[in-house]
Design a protein around this ligand. Structure first.
Ligand SMILES: NC(=O)c1ccc[n+]([C@@H]2O[C@H](COP(=O)([O-])OP(=O)(O)OC[C@H]3O[C@@H](n4cnc5c(N)ncnc54)[C@H](O)[C@@H]3O)[C@@H](O)[C@H]2O)c1
Length: 368
């Protein structure tokens, strides 16, 4: 055997049709070959052991809804690529805690990146993907009234970037997290067929604009854009700025709670697991290239009633201070779920008392 030749010279320059034992041995011990064989073996074992079903990108996967969704997908043997910037709208430590268990799973990968910097994301994504579930956004209606620009950048430009990524990577299914807030003060119950939507906050406007951009992309490219309009989601890992977290904090940390208005505003509170069930249904929806669906509980409840349920569940009194209401928030949100029930077979299962009970159990376990 010509020991003075490198493997490449040996294989290329000697007669290629004659594969001698020496050549096999040479090719086999090439470091790159060993690495590739090992890599293929590991992914074969991982795929067969975990029976990976779909490869799904979840943006905003470290947040409240995103981390619950990723856990569900992982448990159901999907491969999850989570993209999150750990935005500081609320403490990023909470988000790291949200994904602490997911990080230990072999079918989970975190890409810590901002959707505004799409080149950085693009170079980190390899292979084919079945779907993108786009949840990354600056959330929070009130904060958007003071900081509208950041909302436009992350929510509108960021969404356009993720849509371009989907086109570039040939990803057919695009699920978008929209919001009940885009209906503004239109008549209730909110219906997807309403044409004259009147969003009354910068946050809501960014969601409506993103839906329009998604529609344009779905018409121009080979892409299904499914917009899911979430209604006041609550449950374990709830965002700290949302009202149920404020109520629980006021109860367990003996803090006075400020209520804007007289407590008569109503919200269609929807438990996070029901929202996840809706997202999963939408993953398989291919009936049209662009569609909007309400995902709500269908039963609006006044804030005063929510406060009473918390008091009953904890057997504690809430120390409330009523202050003037602020603009930008609707008086009532109420989902007409007929479309999502008929087409997606979406069926919210968690009634408000059970949902609050579950949330409080989680809150107590995570109380510091
Ligand atoms: N929670 C609700 O009641 C509700 C209601 C309607 C719609 N939504 C929508 O659902 C989605 C998830 O909401 P959530 O309550 O889980 O909020 P969240 O703030 O907990 O999650 C959003 C995640 O997106 C990430 N993010 C923000 N800007 C980013 C950027 N530029 N690049 C990458 N990541 C970024 C954040 O770090 C965060 O982890 C959002 O799009 C929100 O607008 C939520």
């Amino acid at each position: 055997m010509p020991t003075n030749l490198f493997w490449h010279d040996f294989l290329v320059h000697s007669n290629p049709r004659i594969m001698t034992k020496e050549k096999y041995a040479f090719a086999l011990f090439k470091p790159h070959t060993i690495f590739t064989l090992l890599k293929n073996f590991i992914s074969f074992v991982t795929l067969s052991f975990f029976k990976v079903r779909k490869r799904i990108i979840v943006t905003g996967g470290a947040g409240f809804i995103g981390s619950n969704l990723c856990d569900y997908l992982l448990k159901n043997k999907h491969e999850v690529i989570c993209i999150d910037s750990f935005d500081d709208y609320y403490d990023p430590k909470i988000k790291w805690k949200n994904i602490s268990e997911a990080l230990t799973k072999p079918n989970y990968r975190l890409i810590e990146a901002d959707i505004k910097d799409i080149d950085n994301i693009q170079i980190q994504l390899e292979g084919k993907f079945d779907a993108i579930i786009h949840l990354a956004a600056k959330a929070g209606v009130r904060y958007s009234l003071k900081h509208p620009v950041g909302y436009q950048e992350s929510n509108v430009l960021g969404t356009k970037n993720i849509l371009e990524l989907a086109v570039e990577k040939n990803i057919k299914q695009f699920i978008f997290a929209s919001s009940s807030s885009i209906y503004g003060n239109t008549p209730t119950p909110f219906n997807e067929e309403f044409k004259n939507l009147q969003p009354i906050s910068p946050y809501a406007q960014t969601k409506l604009l993103s839906e329009k951009t998604g529609k344009e992309f779905s018409e121009k490219y080979n892409l299904n854009f499914i917009s899911l309009r979430f209604f006041s989601v609550y449950g374990p890992r709830l965002r700290p700025d949302l009202v149920m977290n404020k109520i629980a904090t006021s109860i367990y940390k003996n803090k006075k709670m400020k209520i804007f208005g007289d407590g008569n505003t109503s919200r269609d509170y929807t438990y996070v697991n029901d929202i996840i069930a809706g997202i999963i249904k939408a993953l398989d929806y291919t009936g049209s290239k662009f569609e909007t669906f309400n995902l709500g509980n269908g039963k609006p409840i006044k804030l005063t009633e929510i406060l009473s349920i918390f008091e009953e569940e904890t057997r504690k009194k809430i120390n409330i201070e009523f202050v003037n209401s602020i603009n930008g928030e609707s008086d009532i949100t109420w989902a007409n779920n007929n479309k999502s029930k008929t087409i997606l077979k979406f069926e919210p299962k968690t009634d408000i008392r059970q949902g609050i009970h579950n949330y409080l159990e989680w809150y107590k376990q995570n109380l510091k």
